[in-house]
Write a protein that binds this ligand. Sequence first.
Ligand code: PMP
Length: 416
Amino acid sequence: MTAPGSQPARQGARSLDPHLRRYARRTAGMTASEIRALFAVASRPEVVSLAGGMPHLAALPLESLSAEVGQLIASDGLVALQYGSAQGVPELREQICEIMALEGISAHPDDVVVTVGSQMALDMVTRIFCDPGDVVLAEGPSYVGALGSFAAYQANVVHVTMDDAGLVPEALREAIVTAVERGQRPKFLYTIPNFHNPAGVTLAAERRAEILDICAEHEVLVIEDNPYGLLGFDGQTYPALRSMDADNVVYLGSFSKTFASGLRVGWALAPHAVREKLVLAAESATLCPPTFNQLVVSRYLSTHDWKGQIKTYREAYRERRDAMLGALEQHMPPGCTWTRPTGGFYVWLTAPEGVDTKAMLPRAITQRVAYASGTGFYADRLGSRQMRLSYCYPTPERIREGVRRLANVLEDELEL
Ligand code: PMP
């Protein structure tokens, strides 16, 4: 049998797709993420999925939201169902500024662009800054959706080392200097400072200014992606990088983790000139973000105790994080190490030498547990011993059972 991806299989695909010669070169970088490919099998009910990053929406007050949505149509339907501004609904942009103030950001609503989730902001940022072959810096590992956007615009990702305190400043400086010596000043640093996806670590407070200084000194823009910042389990919020440097940081935020991911409402806060380019890019992509969804978010923020809701989410995720860490401690074979997140959704596990988490996955699924294998979180296919374990969606009992099953699979793999 021919292995997928080997020559005969590709030729087969070529003859099956009559449009193959028409596609733009950039489509070569558009591949299905390993996580998406897993989705169907991992969502079978008998499988405990520690693979996806789906928020725990059962914690939402669905009845009162339903009434709110009904009222929105009854009272403002003709506005809510109409086209709107490419930049987003003004009242929501004001509310977004109030939310960002919780992380020390002082911003004007004119500099906020509402997007279809922060994923769209990532796509637009890459579109306006990256030509094919440009270098972008990102933590290694990094968010799979961002890597997808960078690949789609044919940017080359250079990964920068992280440790338990987040991005390592010296490694950042070295990566920039090396790229510049090769004649390729990086277009930007893409970073997830808080409760990292997938690494589960947070950038230490004392490193934040240093990282900003290094980027400013070498004229590298910073893209700060912060969907989890308000989900710290002890309620602590870290000062956003944008709060320390308004000129060289584009900040990306989202309602996906603090409210509802299906509404697809996120935003970018950018320096003036960049904001103008983002609005032009947004206009050509979608004309305007969905007015209805923006008004649902806006009404929710003004009529519901959204801070209380975030607290509810935080408590649920903390309980699940505790369940996962406790089970890992109890069941994992010797030689496995993992991060200990203080917020967010993810644990990053490193298996002992000799384990290939991607090759092991079919066996894990047979044992009714799924995870996201590490290679999907690197542009250069590192991460073969790593895996991301999400604790956001399954109940604590299911998490414990999933970790127990996973430990058995690893023990088999290691022949313990
Ligand atoms: N950035 C990071 C780090 C994420 O984890 C996610 C979602 N998993 C996103 C951006 C995209 O989020 P959304 O488009 O739902 O706002």
